[in-house]
Design a protein around this ligand. Sequence first.
Ligand code: CA
Ligand code: CA
Length: 381
Amino acid sequence: MDAVTAFFRFAVFSLLTCMLLLSSCNDSSSSSSQGCHDESIQHPNEAFTIEEAGQILASIPVDSAMAASTEGMRLIPGGTFEMGGSGKLAKRDEFPLHQVSLESFWIDEHEVTNAEFRAFVQATDYVTTAEQDISAEEIRKQLPPGAEMPPAELLKASSAVFSQPAFQQGARYTFLDWWSMTPGANWKHPQGPASSILGKDDFPVVHVSWYDAQAYAKWAGKRLPTEAEWEYAARGGLAANTYPWGNEPIESGAPKANFWQGQFPVENENTDGFERQSPVASFASNSYGLFDMAGNVWEWTSDWYHATHYENRAGKTSINPKGPERSYDPENPAAQAKVMRGGSFLCNDSYCAGYRVSARMKSSPDTALEHTGFRCVRTHR
Ligand SMILES: [Ca+2]
Ligand SMILES: [Ca+2]
């Protein structure tokens, strides 16, 4: 981990302290003020190394009953489709368009819920990334020589919670204005220790890192979707569609998804009825019977994020692609990030429009956020 990432992570720490490396805050703010990338924060939650994460995953048992069941899943018929940006909101990393051919696969109808994740935790005693204290030793390794260590209280288990900033005339808001690293925030306490998921069994689980999602998927006898599988399923058999339902703008007609209405991040008109997460399947499915492929919470995929990877696929048909070997994000070159798809309750057209079927987002695999969850797939045999 080099100084760039270390500086970036210090910027996140500054959410809580406003005292560390103010110049790095400014750097992050300027690079992240260009829209979609604002949400690509790196959680300094190095509770363990990637090798240790692999050991943890290896220790997760497979639930044989879950592994034998396709309840709550839909079989997506294999086929060939054009992957990549559709519509005027498409961003550079969604191009070039390219052909992808996929075998049939099963996919969860909805995002993994709190009840489903609780069953996994009860069966395995699994502890999520956000529930673990940050390793001081890991942070020390990431800091530039001579840099001051963050206070010990900032190394307590924490996760990123959305906090709506007050309106200020002429202000340019960045992710530092709306994400709060909150000690005690985790999947059981989405807004911090005083909050709970009581009565929210059918809400999507959030504050799960990519590692957590991997662990759940293994237990359930499933896996995370590849980025191509996710987009193919989201398109619902349509071609050149911007959204899972077609091309009608998200703001038109009856509410189509849980997203942000109004001026992000200072005014939520809340006309869809949900200020934060909504119970899964609160809105109409796409034609494959899949819910919340647009909005509600972002969903982890198995692929590394690489800003120009689609260029490698141009002019040919990629068969069951599994993404690049390694991650590359020009806005944060040191980070290793996994792709997230589908947008969240924080997206709107003026900001990231992440609910488009081709929209790409990324975070490091140890990042946990209040607006991020996942769903699983299984290869069809
Ligand atoms: Ca909403
Ligand atoms: Ca979603």
